[in-house]
Design a protein around this ligand. Structure first.
Ligand SMILES: C[S@@+](CC[C@H](N)C(=O)[O-])C[C@H]1O[C@@H](n2cnc3c(N)ncnc32)[C@H](O)[C@@H]1O
Length: 310
């Protein structure tokens, strides 16, 4: 029943190649093959791989099934049109971002997630679960909640409910420097219910931004390097790990909240930051209620003022 719904919701076309992640013993694989599709199945467990191969060997389907044994996170994925996945929930976030950055972009992915993760993916400004994960995912893809799957659909029932979500990568992909965007969103969501004014007055935030500002200024002064070519520069980001491995659910990060007060250059830089926020009327706004367009506007205003996040 669930398998049929997934096949139906995927909007599969006759010539589509399907990437199936975590096929297990192949119940969905069988449906897809019966429907005439090319299926590439990526499965971690060698016993499941053997079982899959045995199940379809010598059948008319075998030439349309390619099984790759390995960890989907570490596998170079081949071309596919549609992805279907029922995966262990601990890889939800890295898999989502791996798919979002996959090239060439596929048409859509139908994935079962833990309910709360799914609701974060689709949360809108003002929703309780709206977080960095929502903003980042929706920036790169259209995301919709397709159906709820209660824990009692499984034997034995797991501890959590699930949901099936549809992810359609935006085409073309937004032309924003990803590290810059992620660094900026990270700061805005340090405390998603605090005003941006108070977040951007924090000492640690200001000193990080000022460090970037000075690095970029020095490079521009001495080498006349354009900002777009700064990929190799050693500039700082908050919590400098890759977003691909980070679920973006860590709103209200535990950070020092001291406001910067000092004299001289720090307060001069602070004024620069605050004047950008004031000019865009962002000082009293909160990340928890800001739309993607507003985030983009603010980022572009900061960049115009020479303030960068990556
Ligand atoms: C929740 S089971 C789903 C099985 C099957 N799709 C079903 O619906 O009955 C998850 C499957 O993903 C596989 N798996 C777990 N981690 C994986 C990874 N990193 N890469 C590829 N497959 C993985 C497991 O071996 C298992 O077969």
């Amino acid at each position: 029943m669930l398998v049929d719904t997934i096949v139906q919701k995927a909007g599969i076309k006759p010539t589509d190649t399907i990437l199936e992640i975590g096929p297990g013993t192949g119940n969905l694989t069988k449906k897809l093959l019966e429907a005439g599709k090319m299926v590439i199945a990526v499965e971690l467990d060698p016993r499941m791989v053997l079982e899959l191969q045995r199940r379809f060997q010598g059948t008319p389907f075998s030439n349309r099934l390619k099984v790759i044994q390995g960890d989907v996170l570490k596998t170079d994925l081949p071309y596919f049109d549609i992805c279907v996945a029922n995966i262990p929930y601990q890889i939800s976030s890295p898999l989502t971002f791996k798919l979002l950055f996959h090239q060439p972009a596929f048409r859509c992915a139908i994935i079962m997630f833990q309910r709360e993760f799914a609701m974060r993916l689709v949360a809108q400004p003002g929703d309780n679960l709206y977080c960095r994960l929502s903003v980042n995912t929706q920036f790169y893809a259209r995301v919709s909640h397709l159906l709820k799957v209660g824990r009692n659909n499984f034997r034995p029932p797991p501890k959590v409910d699930s949901s099936v979500v549809r992810i359609e990568p935006r085409k073309p992909r937004p032309e924003v420097n990803h590290k810059e965007w992620d660094g900026f969103i990270r700061i805005c969501f340090i405390r998603k219910n605090k005003t941006l004014g108070s977040i951007f007055k924090q000492k640690n935030v200001l000193s990080l931004l000022e460090k970037n500002y000075k690095t970029l200024q020095a490079l521009q002064d001495s080498q006349n390097v354009s900002l777009s070519g700064n990929d190799d520069m050693e500039i700082a980001r908050l919590g400098d790990e890759s977003m691909e491995m980070d679920d973006g659910m860590d709103d209200d990060m535990d950070m020092e909240c001291d406001e910067a007060e000092g004299e001289g250059e720090v307060s001069e830089f602070k004024n620069k930051v605050i004047s950008v926020l004031k000019e865009g009327k962002f000082e009293e706004q909160r990340a928890s209620k800001l739309s993607q367009e507003s985030f983009l506007t603010l980022l572009s205003m900061f960049n115009k003022a020479g303030i960068h996040f990556s």
